[in-house]
Write a protein that binds this ligand. Structure first.
Ligand SMILES: *Cc1c(COP(=O)(O)O)cnc(C)c1O
Length: 399
């Protein structure tokens, strides 16, 4: 596994094609809707830009190569990519999904696909036994995110892939949090990988995009049909931005991982903190699986407060200076978010809490600033916000 990664950066950078027409070293942006044909149906491989665009094709080939899959497809958003995969199913089919699934995917499953007769069972995928127990003959798709959002649970991809094979259903891994620089689910037996390229692949918080990679050409062709039929494609300029982001992916991921590890260790020592969630900590319950199946532990760190209230978390996330309060993750600037009131607000509180997303859970997307500066920002926030508010509470009690 490690060998794949070692030679990868150089070969990846040189797999980005030089423009055959002009020699341009940067991929040209083909900002066009249609392509002139010599005779009806006689053309250079491109006829209409919803079906195919040369800039998008470069991106689709690059992500397929990075994920070691047969086919890559680029969509207008991560959710559009997920939507195209779900179109493989039909009424009566069932999905088994990870219980702390991305909120937008949960909304799509529950409020769109449910009414078309597709049922979803949510399980804690950290224990593959739960998937085995939920499997039945209607199960057509297993949906996991690992590391999951926001509690960074790890699912054993290879074990779940063998369950999927035995159950004759597809395994789709949302690889957004790890990125292909750290984890390659297809090499571990997954059938489909999906990305919100909005996050680490784009890497600069400047676009919305989604990518799908399939293990086989045949499955890729089926999803490509839905990509063209429904039309939620990624435009040429945004395709170019994702390519540009991917050029520095491995370099960025190294730094995100190193800083996140330092920050997780810092948080462990803070008396205000209840739990720290980071797969790189030896105390993380699935640290060994994370170590086995990925090359690094990623740039996302979550933690909960001893004062487990929406209010305490709200106060904290509103007080950091370098960590900007915003949804999303994976960019160069560090972000902070309050899961219960932001990314997971579409998930009912009982389901959210059962999946371990406490009221005070705070998620950090560790950016590319100096780790020391980020730690100083957090230390300052603990020292001032939390302590001041505790004093304030005492003051109220004494009144
Ligand atoms: C953001 C995200 C998505 C959705 O992607 P968009 O690009 O916002 O549509 C899906 N899965 C995960 C894990 C995400 O973080």
């Amino acid at each position: 596994m490690e060998d794949y990664f070692m030679q990868e950066t150089t070969s990846f950078i040189h797999s980005i094609p030089v423009d055959p027409l002009t020699g341009a070293i940067s991929v040209p942006i083909y900002q066009t809707s249609t392509f002139v044909q010599e005779a009806p149906g006689v053309h250079k491989g491109y006829d209409y830009a919803r079906s195919n665009n040369p800039t998008r094709s470069v991106l689709e080939n690059l992500i397929a190569g990075l994920e070691k899959g047969a086919r890559g497809l680029a969509f207008a958003s991560g959710l559009a990519a997920i939507d195209a995969i779900l179109k493989l199913l039909q009424s009566g089919d069932e999905i088994i999904a990870v219980d702390d699934i991305y909120g937008g995917a949960f909304r799509l499953f529950e409020q769109v696909y449910k009414k078309f007769g597709i049922q979803v069972t949510y399980v804690d995928a950290a224990d593959p036994e739960n998937i085995l127990a939920a499997l039945n003959q209607n199960t057509k798709l297993i949906w996991i995110e690992t590391p999951s959002n926001p509690t960074l649970k790890i699912a054993d991809i290879a074990t779940i892939a063998s369950i999927a094979k035995a159950g004759k259903c597809l395994l789709c891994v949302d690889n957004t949090f790890a990125s292909p620089a750290l984890q390659k689910p297809i090499l571990l037996g997954a059938d489909i990988v999906v990305h919100s390229a909005t996050k680490y692949l784009g890497g600069h918080s400047d676009l919305i995009a989604g990518l799908v990679v399939t293990a086989t050409e045949e499955l890729g062709e089926k999803i490509r049909f839905y990509q063209n039929a429904a039309g939620a494609i990624l435009g040429p300029f945004d395709s170019w931005l994702v390519i540009r982001g991917m050029e520095t992916l491995s370099l960025r991921m190294k730094q995100h991982c190193a800083s996140a590890q330092e920050i997780a260790e810092f948080l462990l020592e803070r008396p205000e903190v209840d739990q720290v969630f980071y797969p790189g900590l030896p105390g993380h319950p699935h640290h060994n699986i994370a170590k086995k199946q990925s090359r690094g532990y990623g740039g996302i760190v979550s933690f909960s407060l001893k004062e487990d209230s929406l209010e305490a978390a709200r106060r904290f996330v509103s007080s950091t200076r370098l960590f900007k309060l915003a949804e999303s993750l994976g960019g160069i600037k560090s972000l902070i978010s309050h899961s219960a009131e932001m990314t997971h607000k579409t998930i009912p509180p009982e389901i959210r809490r059962a999946a371990g997303v406490k009221d005070s859970l705070i998620r950090l997307s560790v950016g590319l600033e100096e780790a020391e500066d980020l730690i100083a920002d957090l230390r300052n926030t603990f020292d001032h916000t939390i302590v001041r508010s505790t004093k304030y509470l005492h003051h109220l009690e004494n009144c």
